[in-house]
Design a protein around this ligand. Structure first.
Ligand code: DUC
Ligand code: ZN
Ligand code: ZN
Length: 481
């Protein structure tokens, strides 16, 4: 009789992990089987494979809840990253789940918009993914028939815009979407900028010959964001539905959000690396002709004082989530930042900056290692709260029995200069070129498989799975007596 070798208790054991979740820090071995965490304890039995974390921090994989990947655009701009390059870059930056946008094009149904994004992602994603849906035509049919169907298929969050001619909704349409979201239990992500103010200022700046990239900031001053943020809060209050204000840039919008939160309204907020690490000065041409185009995004980065206000708000609990808002437009080439010509007027330059790979190292370094955030807050902002906000928790966003084994082992004693040539996106620049960070993911593990190690991608296209989102708990309206 041939004795069978005893099966190892685990497929993988990560030993000597200093685990950090949104709530706790604890030392443990992590036992993984079938891509899931099945044991946390001391001296776990052997695994088929073992990794010694050597007491490094082991965190839940990053969930990037706001990134743009191969998104169909209506203005002729083209994203440099498809689902392969975008998610490869995400993995190397410590992310195991991304939530990019399906986008309704004018005349297109909601179901078709989501189906198109599924086609674009199929077989290409290297980390797990879900979708938000941008709604630009909220007809009765779209909201009553299609939206519930889209939600049943796992797309339970919707982005709406107060600006951009191709995307903007007026207040009446916004109320319709908010009411539908309340009825169905969806999360609404709000792009808050006053479109008429922007158009009015843009027209005057261009008539005066002020077309250089730095005038992008002049066309979108903070009051434009402040007014729209307040209006978004008021509309949400009227309908009595929670909303998430995305990419918040500075003091005036933060004051409005604090005000809404102080009223007891469920107003959530997101900020992004560009508001902590860039300023409006980065859009100035004194860095090189049209160099400023690289940092054009909306709302625009503000000044140093506003960076501090954003840090204070991160520390003070105003923000629930910290996302990359990765918007991968190349600097050179067709469909990129200079697609409208080498001297393109600022209003013809696609909005957005890349940052899916640098989001976590930047925040870990300047936030955790420089003492602005504790490690549990970092996990909450970049993983746990994101998973909760979009209905992926507890499968994603935690180190717990039964959760997917999405884990990142962090090196936190480095001195690295960010250089685009070392990143894995397909964009020809990073706005963070030359900045130094002290932390970088040593190993990114997706459902128990190592997909990146020390800046090297080790996974495969198609390894990432579509993860349908549940109804997000934070989208539930307030309970009131
Ligand atoms: N809004 C985004 O969410 N991303 C890039 C540009 C924009 O306006
Ligand atoms: Zn936006
Ligand atoms: Zn965005």
């Amino acid at each position: 009789m041939v004795a069978e070798a005893p099966e190892a208790a685990f497929d993988l054991v990560i030993r000597n992990a200093r685990c950090a979740t949104a709530a706790d820090v604890f030392d443990a071995d992590i036992g993984i089987k079938g891509g899931v965490i099945v044991a946390l304890g001391k001296h776990l039995a052997a695994g088929q494979r073992e990794i010694d974390a050597e007491r490094r921090y082991v965190l839940p994989g990053g969930v990037d809840g706001h990134c743009h990947i191969d998104q169909p655009m209506m203005d002729g701009s083209v994203m440099a990253d498809d689902f392969w390059t975008g998610t490869r870059s995400a993995a190397c930056g410590g992310n195991t789940t991304v939530i990019p946008f399906a986008s309704q094009l004018k005349g297109q149904g909601l179901m078709e918009a989501v189906a198109e994004s599924h086609r674009r992602a199929a077989g290409k994603a290297a980390v797990d993914y879900a979708f938000h849906l941008i709604i630009c035509e909220p007809t009765e049919h779209a909201l009553k028939e299609e939206l519930p169907q889209v939600m049943r298929e796992g797309c339970t969050s919707f982005k709406v815009y107060m600006t951009y001619d191709d995307l903007k909704l007026d207040d009446r349409q916004m109320l319709d979407v908010l009411a539908a979201a309340r009825h169905e239990g969806a999360m609404i992500m709000m792009h808050a900028e006053n479109t008429d103010c922007i158009a009015w200022l843009t027209e005057r700046l261009i008539a005066a010959g002020h077309t250089a990239p730095k005038f992008h900031a002049a066309a979108r001053p903070m009051l434009v964001e402040r007014e729209a943020t307040h209006r978004a809060i008021a509309l949400a209050e009227l309908v009595d539905v929670p909303i998430l204000i995305v990419h918040v840039s500075g003091r005036e919008a933060i004051e409005q959000i604090r005000w809404g939160q102080a009223q007891g309204l469920k107003i959530y907020a997101e900020t992004c690396p560009q508001y902590l690490f860039l300023t409006a000065d980065d859009m100035d041409d004194h860095h090189g002709h049209m160099h400023g185009a690289k940092c054009i995004c909306s709302p625009p980065p503000r000044d140093k004082a506003n960076q501090q206000v954003v840090w204070d708000a991160l520390q003070g609990g105003v923000f629930e989530v910290f996302s990359s808002d990765h918007a991968p437009f190349r600097f050179a080439g067709e469909g990129g930042k200079l697609g409208a010509g080498p001297d393109a007027s600022f209003d013809k330059i696609p909005n957005g900056v890349p940052g899916i790979e640098t989001r976590l190292p930047l925040l870990f370094s300047a936030g955790v290692l420089e003492g602005r955030l504790d490690i549990c807050d970092f996990v909450a902002l970049t993983s746990t709260n994101v998973a909760k906000m979009y209905g992926l928790y507890p499968r994603k966003g935690s180190i717990a029995i039964g959760a997917d084994a999405d884990l990142v082992i962090w090196d936190a004693d480095l001195d690295i200069e960010i250089r685009n040539e070392n990143l894995h996106h397909d964009v020809d620049y990073t706005p963070y070129e030359g900045m130094r960070v002290k932390a970088w993911p040593r190993m990114t593990i997706l459902r128990g498989e190592v997909v990146a190690e020390r800046g090297k991608f080790l996974g495969a296209a198609g390894q990432g799975q579509y993860i349908p989102c549940d109804l997000p708990t934070p989208a539930k309206p307030r309970v009131r007596t």
